[in-house]
Every structure is written in structure tokens, then in C-alpha cells.
Design a protein around this ligand. Structure first.
Ligand code: HEM
Length: 510
């Protein structure tokens, strides 16, 4: 007995000593390279208000693939190469999967209940497990009917009012996501569920704006009560929290009521409520309803923006459009039907156009930040706990060694028959990394593909005309934010001769 105690104590002391030695060695290692910081503000003054990608490129050229800066006291690491992102965010995902904490957004408004802002903990793991049961792999295929209906409504709408491209795309994305998540039919205009989700999403954007709220820099302020003079941030937080809970609870309760009436359609929420054995705990209900709500807010903008880029590419590259149309025609010829997701393997060029869109304009150019939850050592550098880590997707997708002539839009780069020469699938970058990888990626991918194929089968997109009837060649200019979106340009859209109109009117009979 005494021997065991001695053995146990010595082992514990040895482990502790080893840990301390490791910690001391770690602390002696340098941080990854980066521009020298100023006291207190660090490198904050060097971050531009727009065109961050140019600054990051400059830093990458000077310091290499890993760039370490300090922003108002927070260590920040930019990963400019895919291999580093894979190693840190994927392989070492157990420590690189937390999210930054914003006192206003995540704590006071409680956006930490949503999937995207949840800390990496048991709650987040429960959400991801539930989401993957409906959305991962080929599981969304059973919802192809919802996707086809939404795409057809969209094509008919945009043919009538091309200027409304973005609102119609958002409506289409909303119809798909809310249909699958809640079995909900979105109204043609002023839909109340969409309005609630959009309002909360806009408030989320304001809440996470760096520098918008003092409480983010002086966390103790969060204990100031709402009635205290000048504590307007507390009143704002209470209102936004109410909106967030309303946008979460209203569609969720509607599914429960529809189930009680026996009228609920298969959906993420209905299926999980049905499959759950016995009454749900409050925690289980939160997991289900907050994850459902976040699918719309995380998914609508993204699908919209990628399809907007598709419209741009079709306007700017008529020869690419023609080749893609011919490929779609070749598989539906003689059958008089719309293309389906099952046709995908027979549409390699359309597939390559989709991949090139994801590469040429990576939607989330700097990724969604991860947070390191314990210190790490990588390539001889010390990376402190709480470092905010960005995967610089823009730089990864513009890497000329990986993608020669990266500025050029060239779908052929993904068509090489020799797998050694075929360039890396940009979806491995665009949808993020590790345990935070986008849970809507299969749904996004299939919705975008199907909409593209239906558009190609039925319509032709062309440049807009100026006052003298000349075509206006579009120029690619981006609005840079969390999401990178093309600025508007002039285009026309018309149904394709004969068959296009026929398919749109009566898609299943030709
Ligand atoms: C082309 C479209 C899309 C792109 C490029 C995209 C990209 C991303 C990226 C880069 C992330 C962050 C991953 C990371 O932290 O490493 C993410 C997270 C997320 N995405 Fe997507 N996404 C798309 C569509 C969608 C759709 C349609 C949905 C829902 C239906 C969705 C739901 C989410 C959610 C809930 C998260 C948070 C995951 C977490 O933090 O655990 N996304 N997405």
C-alpha cells in the first residue's frame, strides 16, 4: 500500500516537472513572424478598413505563410497556406475549434447559443451530431423536390424582373433552407419568419463589429444593470436577445403545433422531435431549436452570393455559358425534362464551372475565426492560448503554385484527366476546416449545382446594353466583408428558344 503511494506520488511529480519544463521551453520559443506591434493597440492601426486581402498579401510576401499580429491585446494568426490550415484546424482540431468571445454578442445577446458562435463544448458537439443526421453526406437528397421547386420559382421570377436578382436568390435559398429545416413554405413577399431571421442576423452583424461596444474591451461592464444611466448597451442587448429568441422560438413552436395537428412535413426539426424518446430536456430543446434557426442565417446569404457570381460569370464569359449549355442539353436531349442532381456525374464541365466559382471568388475570404483553447507549438513557433486563427481562404485560392494564373476564370483547370495534374478541389478550402467545417456544405453544393443546371437548360444570360445599344462588358469588383460579394453589374436574361420556355412552364412533362 505504502509502495503504491510512493510510486503514485513520484509519477505525479515527474509528470508535473516534465510539464513545467515543456512550458518553459514553449515560452522561450518565438511567436510566428509578423509586423512589430505598438503598445496596447498592437497592429490594429495597420488593418485597413477595406481591401484587407491586399494587406494580408503584403504581410504574406514579407513574413511567409504564417503571420502573427496582435489586435487590441488579442493574438491573431493568419494561415495563408492550405497545408497549415489542415494541420492546425483539422488535425489539431481538439484545441483549434473554439470561437472568439464577444461580451456583447455572445454573452449578453446570447448568440453563443447559435451553432456558429457556440464555444467548442458539449453543447456544440450535440448540435453537430444532430445536424449531421439530417444534413451530412447524401442525406439531403430526399429534399431534391424542395430544391427543384424553389429553383423553378426563382428562374420564372428573375426572367420577369432581372433587377430583383438578389432578393429572388435570397428567397430561393430561404425556401430551400426553411423547407428542409422546418417544413415551412416561404411566402412570396414579406414572409414573417424570414423577416424575423433577417432582423436578428442584421443585429448579429452589428453586435460582432469590432469596436462597436466598450463592453467588449472592458468585460466587467456587463454587470452594470439595465436601469443604470448610460447603460444603453444593456437595453440594446435585451432587445436583440428578445429578437433572437423570437426568431428561434416562433418557427420551432409552429412545427410542434403542426405535429400536434398531424400536419407536420418531414423536416430537420420534425424528424428529431419525432425520433426523440420521452420528453426533451431544456438543453436538448435548445440544441435543436437554436441549431435550426442558425441554418437560415448562416445559409441564405452564402448560397445567394455564390449564385450571384454564377450570373456574373455567365454574363462575362459567353463561351463558357455555351459549352455548359451544350453539356446540359446533351444529357436531357430526347427526354424533355429538367436536369437533376443524379445527372451530376455526366456534367463534368458544369461541375468544373462550380468549382472555379468557389475558387475564383471564395465566399468567406478569411474564413470564420477559430480560437485556440490551449497553447501550442508549430514549426518551432509558440502560439499562445486564446490566439484567434484565420484561414486566409482568399490567399489559398489565389496561390499560383496551386492554381496557375489564379486571376483567370478557367474551369478547365479542374478537368484534367490525369489526377496528378488536376488542381485541388476548392471546396476543401471554401467550407472551412475541422470540427467547425460548414454543416450545410452538401446542401449548399447541391442547391447551387441544381439551380445552375436548371438555369443553363432554360435561360441565356447576356451583358446589359448601354444607351446606344452596345453591350456593357462587366468588370468584377467586390464588396469585402465577412462574405465577399460581387458589386452589381448590368445583365439581361431570356428564356432559351423553344425548349427553355416549354420546360419552365411544365418541367415534368416537357
Ligand atoms: C457555398 C455556400 C457556403 C459556404 C462557402 C460556407 C462556408 C462556411 C465556412 C467557411 C464556415 C466556417 C467554417 C470554419 O469555421 O472553419 C461555415 C460555417 C457554417 N455554415 Fe456554411 N457555408 C455555405 C453554406 C451554408 C449553408 C447553406 C448552411 C445552412 C443550411 C450553412 C451553415 C453553416 C453553419 C451553421 C456554420 C457554423 C458551423 C460551426 O461553427 O460549427 N452554410 N460555412
Amino acid at each position: 500500500m505504502f509502495e503504491h503511494l510512493v510510486y503514485f506520488t513520484s509519477a505525479a511529480v515527474a509528470t508535473w516537472l516534465l510539464f513545467k519544463i515543456f512550458q518553459t521551453l514553449q515560452n522561450r520559443l518565438p511567436h510566428p513572424p509578423g509586423p512589430p506591434p505598438l503598445p496596447l493597440i498592437g497592429n490594429f492601426h495597420q488593418l485597413p478598413k477595406s481591401d484587407l486581402h491586399l494587406k494580408l498579401k503584403e504581410w504574406k510576401d514579407e513574413f511567409g505563410p504564417l503571420v502573427f499580429v496582435s489586435i487590441l491585446g488579442s493574438p491573431v494568426l493568419y494561415l495563408n497556406e492550405y497545408e497549415d490550415a489542415r494541420e492546425l484546424l483539422d488535425t489539431r482540431g481538439s484545441i483549434y475549434s473554439d470561437r472568439p468571445r464577444f461580451e456583447m454578442a455572445t454573452e449578453l445577446v446570447q448568440f453563443n447559443r447559435s451553432t456558429v458562435m457556440s464555444p467548442f463544448n458539449r453543447y456544440h458537439r450535440a448540435i453537430r451530431k444532430l445536424l449531421s443526421a439530417t444534413f451530412s453526406g447524401r442525406r439531403t437528397e430526399r429534399f431534391e423536390g424542395v430544391q427543384e421547386k424553389a429553383a423553378l420559382t426563382f428562374v420564372n421570377d428573375v426572367l420577369k424582373e432581372p433587377k430583383q436578382l438578389v432578393p429572388f436568390l435570397r428567397r430561393m435559398a430561404g425556401e430551400v433552407i426553411l423547407g428542409i429545416t422546418y417544413g415551412y413554405d416561404v411566402r412570396a413577399s414579406n414572409d414573417p419568419i424570414v423577416a424575423m431571421a433577417e432582423r436578428s442576423n442584421a443585429e448579429f452583424g452589428q453586435a460582432v463589429t469590432v469596436g462597436a461596444f466598450f463592453v467588449d474591451f472592458i468585460p466587467i461592464m456587463k454587470y452594470i444593470p439595465e436601469w443604470f444611466p448610460f447603460a444603453t448597451f444593456q437595453k440594446t442587448a435585451a432587445l436583440w436577445r428578445e429578437h433572437f429568441h423570437e426568431a428561434t422560438n416562433v418557427p420551432y413552436e409552429a412545427v410542434k403545433e403542426a405535429m400536434a395537428r398531424g400536419e407536420a412535413r418531414p423536416s430537420y426539426v420534425a424528424d428529431h422531435l419525432q425520433d426523440h424518446e420521452g420528453p426533451m430536456s431544456a438543453e436538448d430543446e435548445d440544441v435543436l431549436k437554436f441549431s435550426a434557426m442558425n441554418m437560415y442565417t448562416a445559409g441564405a446569404d452564402t448560397v445567394t452570393t455564390v449564385l450571384k457570381t454564377f450570373f456574373f460569370i455567365m454574363t462575362a464569359h459567353p463561351s463558357i455559358q455555351k459549352r455548359a449549355q451544350e453539356e446540359v442539353d446533351s444529357i436531357i436531349r430526347g427526354e424533355d425534362r429538367l436536369p437533376r442532381i443524379a445527372d451530376r456525374e455526366k456534367l463534368p464541365f458544369v461541375e468544373a464551372v462550380l468549382l472555379e466559382i468557389m475558387r475564383w471568388a471564395p465566399l468567406v475570404p478569411f474564413g470564420i475565426p477559430h480560437r485556440l483553447s490551449s497553447p501550442d507549438v508549430y514549426k518551432g513557433y509558440y502560439i499562445p492560448k486564446n490566439t484567434i486563427v484565420y484561414a486566409n481562404q482568399w490567399e489559398m485560392c489565389q496561390n499560383p503554385e496551386q492554381y496557375p494564373n489564379p486571376q483567370e476564370f478557367r474551369p478547365e483547370r479542374f478537368l484534367d484527366l490525369d489526377p496528378q495534374k488536376r488542381q485541388q478541389d476548392p471546396r476543401q478550402i471554401a467550407f472551412g476546416f475541422g470540427r467547425r467545417i460548414c454543416p450545410g456544405k452538401e446542401l449548399a453544393d447541391s442547391t447551387i449545382f441544381l439551380t445552375m443546371a436548371i438555369l443553363l437548360a432554360t435561360c441565356t444570360i447576356e451583358p446589359g446594353l448601354d444607351a446606344s445599344g452596345q453591350e456593357i462588358q462587366p468588370v468584377a469588383e467586390f464588396n469585402w466583408g465577412l462574405v465577399c460579394e460581387l458589386k452589381d453589374w448590368e445583365f439581361r436574361i431570356r428564356p432559351r428558344e423553344g425548349k427553355g420556355i416549354q420546360l419552365l412552364r411544365n418541367p415534368h412533362e416537357g
